[in-house]
Design a protein around this ligand. Structure first.
Ligand code: FES
Length: 144
């Protein structure tokens, strides 16, 4: 993510002070972690089908599905994110639901055919992670 600031370069201002000034323009970034390339890191907590909770780290802009399918306990995501298989189905903790855009008609249609659908169901392939999702908790839905 590129952070632009309207602040001008100030001779004598150290980089760390400049970084704090930039972050103060972006309050959501103040609590974020960054890697050495300056990319925002997001920690999420995932409960697998064996009820084991894993803390995993992702980067801002990652597809939640891509993050989850890297793990053997994660999602299958057999259609690769085309919103046609439903094997990336997850349940988001209620407090995180409104931190993502609402379901679009294709996602809604696919979720409606699942007996395992709940109010907090989402297809992880339709969700992109942002700094505001740091600390999110979710559960991998059982296979249909
Ligand atoms: S990966 Fe197939 S619907 Fe999400």
């Amino acid at each position: 993510m590129l952070v632009k600031s309207r602040r001008k370069h100030r001779p004598g201002v150290r980089n760390s002070e400049l970084l704090l000034m930039l972050l103060s323009d972006q309050p959501s970034l103040m609590t974020s972690n960054f890697n050495q390339e300056g990319i925002i890191l997001i920690n999420i907590f995932v409960q697998d089908l064996d009820n084991q909770v894993h803390e995993i780290q992702s980067r801002e802009g990652d597809s939640l599905m891509e993050v989850l399918r890297k793990h053997e306990w994660g999602v299958a995501a057999i259609c690769g994110g085309l919103c046609s298989c439903g094997t990336c189905h997850v349940y988001l903790d209620a407090e995180w639901l409104d931190k993502f855009p609402p379901t679009d008609p294709d996602e809604q249609d696919l979720l409606e055919v699942f007996d395992t659908r709940q109010e907090n169901s989402r297809l992880s392939c339709q969700l992109r992670l942002q700094a505001k999702h740091d600390g999110m908790r979710l559960i991998i839905a059982p296979d249909e």
